[in-house]
Design a protein around this ligand. Sequence first.
Ligand code: ADP
Ligand code: MG
Length: 349
Amino acid sequence: MPQVSSNKTASSRDIGIDLGTANTLVYARGHGIVLNEPSVVAVRAGTSTALAVGTEAKETIGRTPGSITAIRPLKDGVICDYEAAEEMIRHFVRKAVPGRRSRTRMVVCVPSGVTPVERRAIVHASTRAGARAVHLIEEPMAAAIGAGLPVSEARGSMVVDIGGGTTEVAVISLGGIVTSQSLRVGGDRLDAAISAYVRQEHGLLIGERTAEDVKVAIGSAWPVPDRPELETRTFTVRGRERVGGMPRTLELSAAAVRSALDEPVEAVIAAVRSTLEECPPELSGDVMEHGIVLTGGGALLPGLDLRMASATGIPVFVADDPLDCVALGSGRCVEDLDALGGLLAPARA
Ligand code: ADP
Ligand code: MG
């Protein structure tokens, strides 16, 4: 079928973008995930000239001289620095789609809580990065598709996507989001809770990168019966004394870190409960039966699934490759872009 093959060439540059607050992933049609880098831009202070983007820029966080600032353009789940966001999108698209991009169509995932102004900003930035057409898809929908949930069936599915800046809780049925909540609590808040604990209890100042390292190394939300070794882990941090400013090291225990994480973890669980309360009874019955699926990097926090299951009385599952779900979901839309046709109308800047 000649028509199909010409179609394939024309649309082989189509990409899906998971523009996350912590990480940006790009899915290229026919290739899968081709790029996965931190959503960070290093700029010269007072200008919008990007010196480095992505992995290279993240290395500079907390280590930059005064003249260079590392910016996270999407820090709280929305674009908080428009110029840096545009620069970042342009850089990643160039890297993922070498050569001419005039025929590139993009499916971009946006948090469900974004305002029309923010949607336009994302479409505008993607168009400036070279897209011929930009389609927006809501993140929880992409996460659910990527996690393999039966989104188009007449059955309620609940997905909880815990990213860096936000947590998105949604119930999906018949291809649409029935009810959702976007909460500005995610991995960053967990990191901040660890820094605050170390500062208040031990008078030590640590950087955000260090706090994240602690969380990933020994953080947990609840004991995991199959992994008793998690309880005895410790992690030594280096910081600066709040009084005096001298460098000092401190050994943190898994138990101390768990108690530090208590408040933001409870906030995520409270959002799940209130979304369930707003959900029509037939659909919450489906969720009770089939369970809740966790995606995003926060899903990797040991014991979060068990704690949520205990608090809600509903089984909770961590998706396979939770960090990739949104990108894979956008990828499914990219692969079906021609078939979806009018269903996924291009958004206008
Ligand atoms: P976003 O979609 O906002 O870019 P991601 O889904 O990529 O966010 O998740 C990034 C968050 O996940 C970061 O806050 C990171 O610290 C956290 N994270 C990654 N791995 C782990 C882990 N093993 N345990 C706990 N949190 C993790
Ligand atoms: Mg995400």
